[in-house]
Design a protein around this ligand. Structure first.
Ligand code: PMP
Length: 394
């Protein structure tokens, strides 16, 4: 294989594989593992959404759609954004349906970055952001947040990272992996720095339906921010539709105009019949989203309380379906902790280091799994923590 190396892109070769993957592969090779590793709902997509897609296939909707998606779906998205978050986007030229929020983020970076442009990535961060910035020719700049205030980004942290090349900042609230949610006041504080330095904001709102203590505030609804925001969202998390690969973005028209060109030449459009499922999701399944949200909330409360009671300090995150407890007192690295827990007790978690340097000393546990599984996982984690203590006392 060695002789093929010179055919390959140097930039791609330099990308590191995701730190999450390694644990999935290891966990998959062991029987009886309880996984708190995956970042996806344990619920199956609500039936009526599946039914709408089946019906679409039966009726023969197998052609391409318009590049930015079915107008009917864009109208639903526009109505949803307006009703839920109070933001207004014209469905004709300000909304694009994508293959997951992942493609929306990729489209955004490709559309806005010139070589060397810097994008601030707030860490701990979702693993895709920095590689996607790099692939689009930009430079990801990590900005570390601090556990002392529950990993909330502050205006000062942004100020310290800004250079003359900073073009944009990627915000993700609620956050993956910390679950941290930024409320309206906190977002307003950030908006002042954004305005002062003439920045763009890519607001990843994929977990907007999964907040537990507060009404969700979309960054685009903060005064003065609409024109500076590219709003990313999708169906994967709130509607339990990860495998459908359907997301969307909404932005001022000059952005979407360029993004549609990229779509034209890359994927053309999202799958036609699945877009019919998404229309049903937005029209008729809100009560089911709400019931999933209530279930995650119960599990969040349980897991936070349980982790703290076994000695793993864990703040109560405002949203998403992750908790991010500290493992610092064990003296292990997060990778070592995750590996030993997996081998000793067959519980899979993700080492915090997979999400950037400031994630070291933490692990990410997803609670998007049944209460029974969570309870069993917590018993195993307790046993693991007890065994560490016994070792220490020997
Ligand atoms: N953003 C964040 C913060 C995520 O956690 C994920 C999925 N793990 C995505 C985007 C991608 O979601 P999608 O399935 O819509 O591509």
């Amino acid at each position: 294989m060695k002789e093929h190396q010179h055919y390959l892109s140097g930039m791609v070769k330099e990308l590191k594989p995701s730190g999450i993957r390694k644990f999935f592969d290891l966990a998959a090779s062991i029987k009886g593992v309880i996984s708190l590793g995956v970042g996806e709902p344990d619920f199956i997509t609500p039936w009526s959404i599946r039914e709408a897609a089946i019906l679409s296939l039966e009726e023969g909707y197998t052609s391409y759609t318009a590049n930015p998606g079915l107008l009917e779906l864009r109208q639903e998205i526009s109505g949803y954004l307006n009703k839920r978050f109070g933001v207004q986007y014209n469905p004709v030229d300000q909304v694009i349906v994508t293959a997951g929020a992942s493609q929306a983020i990729d489209l955004t970076f490709r559309a806005i970055l010139n070589p060397g442009d810097e994008v601030l990535i707030i860490e701990p961060a979702f693993v895709s952001y920095a590689p996607l910035v790099t692939l689009a020719g930009g430079k990801p700049i990590p900005v570390s947040t601090n556990p002392s205030n529950g990993f909330k980004l502050t205006a000062e942290q942004i100020e310290n990272a800004i250079t003359t090349k900073t073009k944009a900042i990627l915000l993700c609230s609620p956050n993956n992996p910390t679950g941290t949610y930024l409320n309206k006041e906190e977002l307003t504080e950030i908006s002042r720095v954004v305005e002062k330095h003439d920045l763009l904001v890519i607001s990843d709102e994929i977990y907007a339906e999964l907040t537990y203590d507060d009404e969700y505030t979309s960054f685009a609804s903060i005064e003065g921010m609409y024109d500076r925001t590219i709003l990313i969202n999708g169906f994967s998390k709130g509607f339990a539709m990860t495998g459908w690969r359907l997301g969307f973005l909404a932005a001022p028209q000059p952005f979407t105009e360029q993004m549609v060109k990229i779509l034209q030449y890359t994927t053309m459009c999202a799958p036609h019949m699945l877009q019919h499922g998404a229309i049903e999701a937005l029209r008729n399944t809100y009560h089911e989203v709400e019931s999933m949200r209530r279930s995650y909330r119960r599990r969040r409360n349980y897991i936070v309380q349980s982790l703290n009671s076994v000695g793993l300090d864990c703040h109560t995150p405002g949203g998403a379906f992750y908790v991010f407890p500290s493992i610092k007192k064990t003296g292990m690295s997060s990778e070592q902790f995750a590996e030993e827990l997996l081998l000793a007790e067959k519980v899979a978690v993700v080492p915090g280091s997979a999400f950037g340097e400031s994630g070291e000393g933490y692990i990410r546990c997803s609670y998007a799994t049944s209460m029974e599984q969570l309870q069993e996982a917590m018993q195993r984690i307790k046993r693991f923590m007890d065994s560490l203590e016994t070792k220490e006392n020997r």
